[in-house]
Ligand binder design. Structure first.
Ligand SMILES: NC(=O)c1ccc[n+]([C@@H]2O[C@H](COP(=O)([O-])OP(=O)(O)OC[C@H]3O[C@@H](n4cnc5c(N)ncnc54)[C@H](O)[C@@H]3O)[C@@H](O)[C@H]2O)c1
Ligand SMILES: [Zn+2]
Length: 360
């Protein structure tokens, strides 16, 4: 078992990572001294695979678990599902010391985290992320929340879990496309923070694609460490944390203009990172050899590295980027790479430079 400590004073918690941790969850719960009642919030894909076993092992350990299943998919990250979960929690008589277990991907994590943050003004919660994306991204940082019709993640709370358990074995049942999408975030951590981790991912891509549990445990742990360090340097989200948005300015815009659903988030930020890499060459003098390695590693994962964006779509792309908060005076701000492992944030790039790149 690998442990990553997330240091946040009295809200510090551990992320445990390993191949078969789900069965030991009751043991870990015991060390946290929580109440006996708990609700496992999960979705319709993950629940049927993992919730029954978890429920019975918790039961055997003396807990009183209940399973709350929501429909799989982003649509469940909304106020109606929150309401449904609140009702389920109160029917199961959860009280202040009871706890919520989020068993699923980022959707379930954000939803269940928000429910736990607000039910009875906050009860403990444990994250059991089951997608690669949620293991390397949403399990660190304490952001929970839901979508409104007006946009994604508009309502939420910073709320830290008491424990995160990443069972690399659960990634075996993840659909390949979802799994590969998560690799885009893994590669990102190498580019923004750690050149030797980038080398490692580059070298081990075939094993990563085979979901080798040992390799995965290392990869997930290193990503959590990096995110935790970056977030720890900047809890208020004023500066450094922005580097986590590498590839996301263009990536989010691509998601928005192509209609949510065409590209998975990881696919859109794969294209976004490759474009940001090429911008980095123009603006920051990133070496062509680094541009080529970065592009190749995304391709080796099976991720898209380019999208044809027609002239009218380009106009919409710019509108979407301007809408994405990180803009001042008609110049869009980017995270750009100086070399693999070192990036700079808040770099203003004229729109002309971006459109030249899109048309080249
Ligand atoms: N809180 C944060 O810091 C943070 C960070 C990044 C993303 N997010 C959020 O995460 C969400 C996306 O997360 P996601 O990519 O994990 O999507 P997801 O939760 O929708 O999971 C993707 C799909 O895989 C299925 N699935 C999950 N685990 C499985 C398993 N082990 N076996 C088989 N199927 C499985 C799910 O049912 C779903 O169909 C978005 O809503 C995003 O806003 C939050
Ligand atoms: Zn992302």
């Amino acid at each position: 078992v690998r442990t990553v400590k997330v240091p946040l004073a009295e809200r510090s918690y551990d992320i445990l990572i390993g191949p078969q941790l789900l069965k030991d969850l009751p043991k870990y719960c015991q060390s946290l001294q929580l109440g006996t009642r708990c609700s496992i919030i999960t979705d319709s894909h993950v629940g049927p695979r993992y919730a029954d076993d978890l429920k019975s092992s918790l039961h055997q350990a003396g807990y009183k678990p209940d399973v709350v299943t929501v429909r799989a998919g982003e649509k469940s990250k909304g106020i109606r599902t929150v309401d449904y979960c609140y009702d389920a929690l109160s029917l199961h008589h959860l009280e202040r010391r009871s706890f919520v277990i989020a068993l699923g991907g980022g959707v379930v994590g954000d939803l269940a985290g928000f429910v736990a943050a607000t039910y009875l003004r906050g009860i403990p919660f444990i994250q059991v992320p089951t997608t690669l994306l949620s293991q390397v991204d949403s399990s660190v940082g304490g952001k929970t929340g839901i979508n409104l019709r007006a946009g994604k993640n508009l309502v939420g709370a910073f709320y830290q879990p008491r424990l995160v358990v990443c069972d690399s074995g659960t990634l075996r049942t993840l659909p390949r496309r979802e799994y590969v999408a998560g690799i885009a975030e893994v590669i990102k951590y190498g580019i923004i923070y750690d050149a030797s981790f980038f080398n490692y991912v580059e070298k081990n891509m075939p094993k990563i694609l085979k979901r080798d549990p040992k390799i995965l445990a290392f990869v997930v742990a290193r990503c959590c460490e990096i995110k935790s360090e970056v977030v720890g340097q900047d809890e208020t989200e004023s500066g450094t944390r922005a580097i986590l948005n590498f590839g996301h300015t263009i990536g989010h815009a691509i998601e928005a203009i192509s209609g949510y659903g065409r590209y998975l988030h990881g696919e859109a930020i794969s294209i976004g990172q490759v474009l940001a890499t090429r911008l980095s060459k123009e603006v920051k003098g990133l070496a062509e050899s680094d541009v080529s390695r970065i592009t190749k590693v995304f391709a080796a994962a099976g991720l898209p590295t380019k999208a044809h964006i027609s002239a009218p779509m380009q106009k919409r792309l710019f509108d979407a980027m301007r809408h994405d908060k990180k803009v001042s005076d008609g110049e869009i701000k980017f995270v750009l790479a100086k070399k693999i492992g070192a990036v700079e944030y808040g770099v203003k790039v004229p729109e002309e430079t971006i459109s030249q790149l899109l048309n080249s």
